[in-house]
Design a protein. Sequence first.
Length: 178
Amino acid sequence: MAEFHILGQILSVHNFRDTHSLFCRYSIQAGPNWTLISGSSEGQTLAGQPNQENIVYWSHPIDIHYVAKGIQGWPKLIFQVSCLDSLSRTWVVGYGSCVVPAAPGHHSIRVACWAPAPTTLTDKLRQTFLGGSHNVANIDVISFGSDRFKLTTQSKGDIELSLDIILRNFSQFGVEYK
């Protein structure tokens, strides 16, 4: 079987306008041809305060090993950036996703994040004074984006990743890389 190893880290988040602590929940979605051998397919970073440049540094490690029967269902990373306020309340402030690179080697990736925008005056006032936001009910909207065109969204910021990809025995599936 072909082997696929992801090593790296979730480095930081940039340009989120929230003044509270931010943390990130992530998961990796892969198709039925992919079997997780080691590592965890989901996790969460620590919470951190934004600095003067509006950056939160996490440096959260990722170490995942898959075996694959075919390349269909290539892995995707799904992110939910959440806010933690002084009263220990949390809410999601941004969503993002990216396909894991298919080429071996080192990759620096920026994932653009978005969130459902408040559409009514009541929603805007509630979000401004009480905190919180609208949540996505179906996670598939984040990873596939097929129904995202129905949503009114707003740009939130970027997640910075550093990933090293190791491929082994993919040549038997006709995958060539240089």
